[in-house]
Write a protein of this length. Structure first.
Length: 365
């Protein structure tokens, strides 16, 4: 069996219309980067073959389904953004408690089609298959659940949607793919959000929410692209000391990569991670200048952690969303439960990744 991934082989046997040819260039760049830079193990190669083929298959299913759907609108979607490990997940989870909000669930991202009714046998089977996927991931990626817990029925990040455009930072998290990461930064990112919207429209053919709630730190530098697809989008930007967030995402990335490669160069990981998020921050600062307070809100990690309930109320007030007694009860109950079930702190340092606090602050504050 060849040690190299092959794009033609991945496309063989799909028998699906993949839509526009916008996937071809990122697929080829990704394959070349994986073959030449990632140092994948045999298992890593098999895992990427399976993942990419799965992403292409679901892409074809989404394209086919989207053509049969009536014209649908997506109004005022809310995007939670910020550096990775800055409190975005806790904030996202609190906001997702609101029945007016809907977020893509992990199992929906894995198996969105064919459409099925809520509570149906088909839905239950897909949830079970997604649990099997997570069980396997936790076996091969040590301590993943301790660092970033995922369940089959929990809301998940949009990086799992962007894979359908073959343009997602997920691949960089899984393996050292610097050429692919550079390509992501330099290429047109709008196509990722065209597929993002197609995916949401497929999901809302089951039921349409009042408001979509979405999260992915890599949205941070893509405001213009998001607004070109969702012109009335709202953004909640949470800020945290980057000297805390950068080593944390490096630690998570290194844990993930150990499942697919023999070795991880921590200094290279630190350098590339800092470069990527510095570029994202610069793009964000340039792009958000034209947005008003009713579309863009900054919050700060320390304020949020000290009084999460008050922060949630402030968010609702800022965007003129309804925050009733039931929402308040759900929020406070979740906060209380989170305090009781808080896991042991994830340990990491900047120095492990060849970085120092002064440099990180100079570039990201």
């Amino acid at each position: 069996m060849s040690n190299l991934l092959n794009a033609d082989k991945l496309l063989q046997g799909l028998n699906l219309d993949l839509g526009e040819d916008d996937y071809e260039e990122p697929l080829n760049v990704l394959i070349e980067s994986l073959n030449n830079e990632a140092n994948l193990t045999y298992f890593g190669k098999l895992a990427f073959e399976y993942q990419i083929k799965k992403h292409l298959t679901v892409r074809g299913q989404i394209f086919q389904k989207s053509r049969s759907l009536p014209n649908q609108t997506i109004s005022r979607p809310v995007f939670v953004i910020g550096l990775p490990r800055s409190g975005t997940t806790f904030l996202f989870n609190l906001l997702s408690l609101d029945p007016d909000h809907r977020s893509p669930l992990f199992w929906e991202m894995m198996n969105p089609l064919p459409s099925c009714k809520q509570g149906s046998f088909s839905e239950k089977m897909r949830v079970m298959r997604s649990r099997s996927i997570l069980f396997s991931k936790n076996r091969f990626i040590s301590k993943l659940d301790d660092v970033h817990a995922i369940t089959a029925t929990s809301p998940e990040e949009c990086l799992l949607i962007k894979v359908f455009a073959l343009k997602s930072i997920l691949y960089f998290y899984m393996a050292n793919t610097p050429s692919y990461l550079s390509y992501l930064e330099d290429s047109d990112r709008t196509v990722s959000y065209l597929w993002h919207r197609r995916f949401l429209k497929v999901l809302q053919s089951r039921y349409k929410p009042k408001r979509w709630l979405l999260k992915d730190p890599s949205h941070l530098g893509n405001l213009d692209e998001i607004l070109s697809i969702y012109p009335d989008a709202c953004f909640i930007h949470i800020h945290r000391d980057p000297a805390e967030t950068i080593p944390s995402i490096c630690s998570l990335t290194s844990q993930v990569r150990k499942g697919f490669t023999d070795s991880v160069n921590l200094n290279e990981l630190g350098s590339r991670t800092l470069d990527f998020w510095e570029n994202s921050k610069k793009r964000n600062e340039a792009q958000k200048t034209n947005l008003n307070d009713d579309q863009y809100m900054d919050i700060y990690y320390e304020d949020f952690i000290n009084d999460p309930s008050k922060t949630i109320e402030n968010i609702y007030t800022n965007f003129n969303f309804s925050f009733d007694k039931k929402n308040k009860e759900l929020t406070e109950s979740y906060i209380e439960k989170s305090v009781k079930t808080q896991k042991e702190k994830h340990i990491y340092t900047l120095e492990e990744y060849g970085l120092d606090k002064k440099e990180v602050h100079n570039r990201l504050q």
